[in-house]
Design a protein around this ligand. Structure first.
Ligand code: NAD
Length: 332
């Protein structure tokens, strides 16, 4: 069988490294090229393929890669992801997330790369309606430059797919959490803001304490509710999306979540229970811009891609996160 060649931008980062791990061990024997500037990613996280250390904004270098390699598909993770930073430095987000995506898309058209998988986000839904799960047809109303920079890329994808011989799958991730089930890769991003990672760092003694922002939300226990998805399940969605596109599937926007949520208090309780450590939690005021509840309507991805989640279990997600933090703490 002819090997398909896949470009993975941002493949040295948290989610990208999990996808590269699955791609590298898939029976399809994919040829993998990772393009990453290692701004937040790590060389050691790239377990398969060739790592090209390069900035997406270095247009001539990236074009050279497209000219040399005949890619069958691009999976595009590279970007900036810290929401509060996007508010204070929107230029960085529109440049790295929107402008760099446009450059990449133009290269795809120029070099006839017809298949594209994009890391989108539940942030495109903004505050949601506070009650019902978000469906892919809901109005998008991002409330910060990060979400807008991602939604603008979704719009470019939609327009490119209409105008050119080009198909895409945009995956709207909900709250990505945990680490590879075999402990091969995990989240190393410096200053990560993800709740399960922070709570796990408290449990493993890397952090002294954590904040709980807002306890007066209109939910059963007063804290916000999110749909936490295990990073290996999310990674598998990319492989399913890739097979779908390589078989000629049409463009799709798909939620990536389990379709149910956990509150901040429930997550903290799970971390305490699984670790056996009574972590220190400081309850503080609400943070600006936190939606009460963001849960995905999760059936479209299952029917379109045949995606079947395997790790839909909060305690299991927490266990993989804790094991990874322990491993990081003990590595030189
Ligand atoms: N982590 C989440 O919960 C989450 C949720 C929704 C969407 N996403 C999206 O998923 C993608 C990956 O997120 P992540 O959590 O793995 O983040 P990450 O920071 O761990 O990974 C991003 C990777 O891209 C690389 N990179 C960044 N800018 C680059 C550039 N200009 N040129 C080359 N490489 C560059 C970084 O070095 C890093 O390896 C992002 O696009 C993000 O917006 C993440």
């Amino acid at each position: 069988m002819e090997r398909k060649k896949i470009l993975v931008t941002g493949g040295a980062g948290y989610i990208g490294s999990h996808v590269v791990n699955l791609l590298g061990s898939a029976p399809e024997n994919y040829e993998i090229v990772v393009l990453d500037n290692l701004s937040t990613g790590r060389r050691e996280s790239v377990l398969y393929g060739e790592l090209v250390e390069e900035h997406l904004e270095n247009l001539s270098a990236v074009e050279k890669i497209f000219a040399q390699e005949k890619f069958d598909a691009v999976i595009h993770f590279a970007g900036s992801i810290v929401v509060p930073e996007s508010v204070t430095d929107p230029a960085k987000y529109y440049a790295n997330n929107t402008e760099n995506s446009l450059h990449l898309l133009k290269l795809c058209i120029q070099y006839k790369v017809k298949n594209f998988i994009f890391s989108s986000t539940a942030a495109v839904y903004g505050m949601g309606d506070g009650e019902s799960p978000c469906t892919e047809d809901d109005h998008t109303l991002p409330i910060n430059p990060y979400g807008r920079s991602k939604l603008m890329t979704e719009w470019m994808l939609e327009d490119f797919a209409k105008a050119y011989d080009f198909n895409y799958v945009a995956l709207r991730y909900f709250n990505v959490a945990g680490a590879n089930i075999d402990g091969k890769v995990g989240q190393c991003t410096p200053n990560a803001t993800h709740l399960i990672k922070i709570a796990s760092q408290c449990a493993t003694g890397v952090r002294e304490k954590m904040s709980l922002f807002g306890t007066d939300y209109p939910t059963a226990d007063g804290t916000c509710i999110r749909d936490y998805i295990h990073v290996d399940d999310l990674a598998q969605a990319h492989l399913d999306g890739l097979s779908y596109l390589l078989k000629g599937g049409e463009s799709q926007i798909l939620n990536c979540g389990y379709g149910h949520g956990a509150s901040v208090r429930e997550v903290i309780a799970a971390v305490k229970e699984v670790s056996g450590v009574d972590i220190v939690v400081e309850e503080t005021e609400r943070r600006l811009g936190d939606a009460v509840q963001l849960i995905s309507k999760a059936d479209k991805i299952q029917s379109v891609l045949g995606w079947k989640p395997k790790y839909d279990d909060l305690k299991l997600i927490v266990k993989t996160a804790l094991d990874w933090e322990e491993k990081l703490k003990n590595s030189p």
